[in-house]
Design a binder for this molecule. Structure first.
Ligand SMILES: *Cc1c(COP(=O)(O)O)cnc(C)c1O
Length: 409
């Protein structure tokens, strides 16, 4: 390793000593939480077995759901390879709870890009097509706009559910902490206890030691291509929360008459259990990676989010570049530093479900898995790279250096 790059990394690591200690502690607590759930549910090798056909007696399906529910402090959960992605899990969550003439209110600004069409697309079976209205309240100074929320409820009696996006999405903002989410849930329930609080939990799992369903969220959903898959799950999503809402979700996932009684998966569930078991540690590596990139680029004078020495509430690091060219070079460097498809040059493309062209580096073992080191960015001003993931911290170190080379630092 070149001495100059070595020095840059070492300086950043010195700066990060205490931050690393605190994230290691979070990983320890979460590992214990996961281990306790495995023990409580007496997970055994036979729970890995796959089933075929209808899968009536699919014990693995039931057990992985029980373990997730336990870890997330939820009454029940769905964990399934039949959920194709986080977007699908969130879509099931939305459609399972909302009915015609309801209002869905997002209180964390614009939901993630891929949910835009789900909510307000035209003629494609969106919420809007089913006459479910949508409104949003922007965040204010990186927190919920309490006055705005109160005022909205005073004027609208038909709000059925509130939507909260824990992670930042493609916004120049910090992720929300579970403490912030807890406070706003209490506030909303004090206005009207019947309002259903739904959380997009993508990128948030195991970042802190508690999850939204442990602080009053009624239902939440996420992607197994991200944190809780631990990098081992080939595809899937989860939904967790209060039993009555999760049950509704099972009717949307399969059919109202069969719910969670069916669903086979012949490949079996080993990767779901093993991925979950290592997820707290993998998330720690991803956060260390995020911190390292943040510190290095901060030291070089770039704007990064979150700022160094502030707690991470998702695994993403946003880095603001001056030009489109710098952004593209950064993303290319991440691709080149990847174990898979390092020879491929990423190009901006019209990714399904995204509003702008997106450039993405994902040289990953599981296609597009963003718990693995990856970077993506919509090609629009300001030129922000969203970097996330890393199965190992060492990989992140090598990747930082590659980006510095590409940017001519
Ligand atoms: C990734 C992501 C989604 C969608 O998950 P996919 O698995 O990519 O479909 C939704 N919300 C947030 C905040 C995300 O980061």
């Amino acid at each position: 390793m070149n001495d100059r790059f070595n020095e840059i990394i070492e300086n950043a690591e010195k700066d990060l000593f205490n931050d690393f200690k605190s994230i290691e502690n979070i990983a320890l607590i979460n590992t214990e939480k996961v281990l306790n759930a495995f023990r409580a549910h007496q997970i055994a090798l036979r729970h890995f077995n796959g089933t075929t056909g209808y899968g009536y007696d699919d014990i693995g399906r039931q057990k992985i759901a029980e373990v997730y529910a336990d870890i997330f402090g939820a009454e029940s959960a769905i964990v399934s390879p039949l959920i194709v992605s986080g977007t699908h899990a969130l879509t099931i969550m939305l459609f399972s709870v909302l009915r015609p003439n309801d209002i869905l209110l997002s209180i964390s600004g614009k939901p993630y890009d891929t949910l835009q069409e789900v909510i307000s697309g035209s003629g494609i079976g969106s919420l809007r097509d089913y006459n479910i209205a949508y409104d949003e309240i922007m965040l204010k100074d990186n927190d919920f706009d309490y006055e705005g929320i109160k005022e909205y409820f005073t004027n609208n009696s038909k709000v059925k559910a509130v939507f909260i996006g824990r992670s930042r999405g493609y916004e120049w903002r910090n992720a929300l902490s579970v403490e912030q989410i807890e406070k706003v849930i209490k506030f909303i329930k004090s206005i009207n206890n019947d309002i259903i609080v739904m959380v997009d939990n993508c990128y948030g799992e195991f970042v802190q030691t508690i999850e939204p369903t442990q602080v009053g969220a009624d239902i939440m959903a996420g992607s197994l291509n991200k944190n809780p898959g631990g990098g081992l799950v080939n595809a899937g999503g989860y939904i967790a929360g209060k039993s009555r809402y999760v049950e509704q979700a099972t009717y949307r996932l399969t059919a109202p008459s069969i719910g969670s009684e069916v669903g086979s998966y012949s490949a079996g569930y080993k990767s779901f259990f093993q991925g979950l078991f290592i997820a707290p540690s993998v998330v720690m590596n991803a956060i260390k990676a995020s911190m390292l990139f943040g510190q290095v680029y901060h030291n070089l004078g770039y704007d990064t989010m979150p700022l160094p020495h502030t707690q991470n509430y998702d695994i993403i690091r946003s880095i603001k570049f001056d030009t489109e060219k710098e952004l593209v070079e950064f993303v290319k460097a991440i691709q080149y530093a990847s174990p898979i498809d390092s020879h491929v040059t990423p190009e901006a493309w019209d990714m399904p479900g995204y509003e702008s062209k997106v450039i993405m580096a994902a040289g990953t073992f599981v296609e597009g898995a963003s718990i693995e080191l990856s970077a993506d960015s919509p090609i629009r001003e300001p030129y922000i790279a969203y970097l996330q993931g890393a199965l190992t911290y060492e990989h992140a170190k090598l990747a930082v250096i590659e980006t510095l080379k590409y940017l001519g630092k």
